[in-house]
Write a protein that binds this ligand. Structure first.
Ligand SMILES: Nc1nc2c(c(=O)[nH]1)N[C@H]1C(S)=C(S)[C@@H](COP(=O)(O)O)O[C@H]1N2
Ligand SMILES: [Mo]
Length: 351
């Protein structure tokens, strides 16, 4: 892993490790934390469901497991700051971590459908948003409030949105939100709130820092403030090259190129192309294992490289026939979110 910060712990998966399996091993899975990992005593932990509901509820983990049907979803999590590094080359973004392409990963998550729990609480009609609040407190907010975020009730009621206590068949590790986290497939990682303690049904989006001020897309000249810009939800279609590594020396001749492509929201990855001539000509990649609509696709392609330096680029297409912008420059924004430009690595082929 590439560790960006020890406290709070922030680390991404190295390119090569990410390419090894289409379900990322838990030990290699990126960690994005805005605050120190909270210490939670499982026996004292409770989940509360409240706000605009007819029946406020409180659960222990055993009660949650005993009362609702268990479900499993293979889903990709991706931080909105993934690949910020390329945006930083355009202009500095003080105070934000320089994520490469490894602030993403795919796991199988097991838990209960959020919707089953919501139904038990009988939400009022005007409850249009579902907010999630964890128990970690970040210095960034300058307020004694836990990390939180919200999604629309429409998304919250979909069967893929889980309250998960298991990751890749093991109890959810503390660093990934154990004992319980939300998993919102297709949405930016920030909405998959870890160390979940409270679900609040609301007639407005969550008003905490990480919904109102952070994780919003601003124009280059705007500055982050509550309500400014567009709140991020669905992940934008993106792809990158994982093998060979950026800066690698490879043998000239046939070179295997591998990477990922992820279409957020409800879209699917339809096609992936790679190029060694800046997109003048493209070679179509083969899509590997399909883990269903909420997971990325790893892909591979074979390219012929003459001796000398090369830049390999990748672009994906989604099921709505959308593709990716060529350059990160026009995507620059003050917090450095959503770099969905073509993936690029520079390699040197040896004769
Ligand atoms: N309580 C809490 N939940 C959180 C965060 C956090 O700092 N605190 N970080 C969010 C962000 S920005 C991302 S990208 C994902 C990362 O999940 P992971 O650390 O399991 O990879 O968790 C989200 N949930
Ligand atoms: Mo994130």
């Amino acid at each position: 892993m590439v560790v960006h910060e020890d406290e709070p712990f922030n680390a991404e998966t190295a390119r090569g490790a990410l390419a090894e399996a289409s379900v990322t091993p838990t030990a290699a899975f990126f960690a994005r934390n805005h605050a120190p990992i909270p210490v939670i005593y499982a026996t004292a932990w409770r989940l509360r469901v409240e706000g605009l509901v007819g029946v406020p509820l409180t659960f222990t983990l055993d009660e949650l497991r005993g009362r609702f049907a268990e479900r499993e979803v293979v889903a990709t999590l991706q931080c909105a700051g993934n690949r910020r590094k390329d945006l930083l080359e355009v202009r500095d973004i003080p105070g934000e971590l320089p994520w490469g392409p490894g602030a993403t990963g795919t796991a199988s998550w097991r838990g209960v459908a959020l919707n089953d729990v919501l139904r038990a609480a009988r939400p009022h009609d005007e409850a249009e948003y579902v907010a999630f609040v964890g128990c970690d407190v970040s210095d960034e907010t300058r307020l004694p409030a836990g990390y939180g975020g919200s999604i629309s009730r429409r998304k919250a009621e979909r069967p893929e949105v889980l309250l998960a206590w298991e990751m890749n068949g093991e109890p959810l590790p503390a660093v990934h939100g154990g004992p319980l986290r939300v998993v919102v497939p297709g949405f930016i990682g920030a909405r998959s709130v870890k160390w979940l303690e409270r679900i609040e049904l609301r007639d407005e989006p969550w008003d905490g820092f990480f919904q109102s001020t952070a994780y919003r897309l601003l124009t280059p000249e705007a500055s982050p403030s509550p309500g400014a810009g567009v709140p991020l939800g669905e992940v934008a279609l993106n792809s990158d090259i994982l093998v060979p590594d950026d800066g690698a020396h490879v043998a000239a001749g046939a070179v295997e190129v591998r990477g990922y492509a992820f279409a957020g929201g409800e879209r699917r990855v339809a096609r992936v192309d790679v190029s060694t001539d800046e997109g003048a000509t493209w070679t179509q990649a083969a899509l590997l294992e399909d883990h269903g609509r909420w997971a990325w696709r790893l892909w591979k392609a074979e390219l012929e490289l003459d001796p000398g330096p090369h830049e390999i680029v990748v672009r994906a297409w989604d099921s709505a026939a959308a593709s990716q912008p060529e350059r990160p420059g026009p995507l620059w924004n003050p917090k450095g979110y959503v770099n969905n430009a073509w993936g690029r690595v520079r390699v040197v082929a040896g004769g």
